[in-house]
Write a protein that binds this ligand. Structure first.
Ligand code: NDP
Length: 386
């Protein structure tokens, strides 16, 4: 019998919705790169489209795990030495956490997690785990690669339009009973004809480029490996061999690379200063990729025209976090990858990974981040151990 410690975000403040806005969600079976969506054995423990990402939803795992004789403990109290997470960690064989509400598995915590065999990310992005420490402790780290890539890509497109068109302030004017059109439009532009560049054109970054193509933008990207020329030609992409070249050229920048030691603070004061005046920034990758206070200064001075994203550090962000109130921001709490549609896929993927683990079959290669003491699968391409 294994103890599974699952850390999820808290339930809705006013309780579960008595009725969902929609009765069903589309079934997605294959992703753009040909990868199949999760295929767990047997029935799911939830109806796709239900809220399962919070504590009471338990990712729909309870029946499967308890039928197998395992103990599932679901908590949200995760931070600090007196948290339930720290108290329960030493007995856990599997820890499940989400990037939206990350249970930080630091090297110190990994030392205390004497029984830990698997750290599973219900979603994408395992930077909340000290991967080098996990590798040393022979812990398998896995995530549900692909499960919410399109969810995030849609959020990025929404944020690009919202920032440039000045949607959120104009919406606030409507709510407040106002009608001063000049106020609404004095920062409002079309995105058509602007130059858009993504730092990282992987699953999400490329999906963003594909979705923006019909808007008539000039599309740019940079990453370490160049995309296939058929994709570059199809989207009329301009490749930049480094970040500096891209950021000096474009009007809207999307950050879509993983966080690992050498990408922390990638956009620092000096890099922000090299961007064109009036650049918009979008970051639905990780908060630590951007130097927090340098960004606030760049927005206040007017050098950066707007910043939107849904990733912060730490998470949850404190009520005083300066990104909540800095000018021209379109921040959301970390929610792009946990729409009800995304939850259905990453909860099914979490079940699939647990089934592989408990039934002794190999976890899908694309889900692996660390295995057998080293980076593996997707992790070998996406991360550095530092
Ligand atoms: P992928 O691995 O598919 O793509 C990441 C891309 O970044 C790769 O194509 C890689 O290309 C490029 N890259 C990596 N390091 C660098 C670097 N140092 N400089 C330039 N390019 C680099 O990941 P996804 O698209 O699936 O996800 C990207 C990130 O988005 C995740 O790591 C995660 O942090 C975040 N995310 C956020 C979510 C949310 O809810 N907000 C949900 C899902 C993911 P190359 O190797 O050629 O450099």
């Amino acid at each position: 019998m294994a103890k599974i410690l699952c850390v999820l975000y808290p339930d809705p403040v006013d309780g579960y919705p008595p009725r969902y806005a929609r009765d069903e969600i589309p079934t997605i079976t294959t992703y753009a790169n040909g990868q199949t969506a999760p295929t767990p054995m047997g029935a799911l423990g939830f109806k796709p489209g239900e809220l399962v990402g919070c504590v009471s939803g338990a990712l729909g795992l309870r029946n499967y795990l308890e039928r197998g004789g395992h103990e599932l403990i679901v908590i949200s109290d995760k931070d600090g030495p007196n948290s339930e997470f720290e108290r329960l960690l030493p007995d856990a064989e599997v820890v499940i956490s989400q990037p939206f509400w990350p249970a930080y598995l630091t090297a110190d915590r990994i030392t205390k997690a004497k029984n830990l065999k698997v750290a599973l990310t219900a979603g994408i992005g395992s930077d909340h785990v000290d991967l080098a420490a996990a590798a040393r402790a022979n812990i398998t780290v896995a995530e549900v690669t692909g499960s919410n890539s399109i969810s995030v890509a849609e959020h990025v497109v929404m944020m690009a339009l919202s920032l440039v068109r000045n949607y959120l302030p104009a919406h606030q004017t409507a709510i407040d009973g106002g009608w001063n059109i000049a106020d609404c439009v004095s920062r409002s532009y079309d995105i058509e004809g602007l130059h858009f560049g993504t730092i990282g054109a992987g699953r999400i970054g490329l999906a963003v480029l594909r979705r923006l193509k019909p808007f008539g933008l000039h599309l740019h990207y940079t990453q370490r490996h160049r995309l296939d020329s058929t994709i570059e030609n199809e989207l009329n992409l301009t490749f930049h061999s480094d970040v500096q070249s891209l950021i000096k050229t474009v009007d809207i920048i999307n950050l879509q690379i993983p966080l690992y030691p050498s990408t922390e603070n990638l956009l620092d004061e000096a890099v922000l200063a090299q961007m064109k005046r009036g650049t918009y920034l979008i970051n639905c990758a990780r908060g630590k990729l951007v130097e927090r206070d340098a960004l606030v200064r760049a927005l206040k001075s007017g050098h950066i025209a707007g910043y939107a994203g849904d990733v912060w550090f730490p998470q949850p962000a404190s009520p005083e976090h300066p990104w909540r109130t800095m000018p021209f921001n379109g921040m959301t709490p970390h929610m792009s990858g946990t729409s009800l549609s995304a939850q259905a896929r990453y909860a099914a993927g979490t079940l699939e990974i647990l089934q592989s683990y408990f039934e002794g079959t190999r976890i899908r290669e694309e889900y692996l981040i660390v295995d057998s003491g080293n980076l593996a699968g997707t992790g070998a391409h996406s991360y550095e151990l530092g």
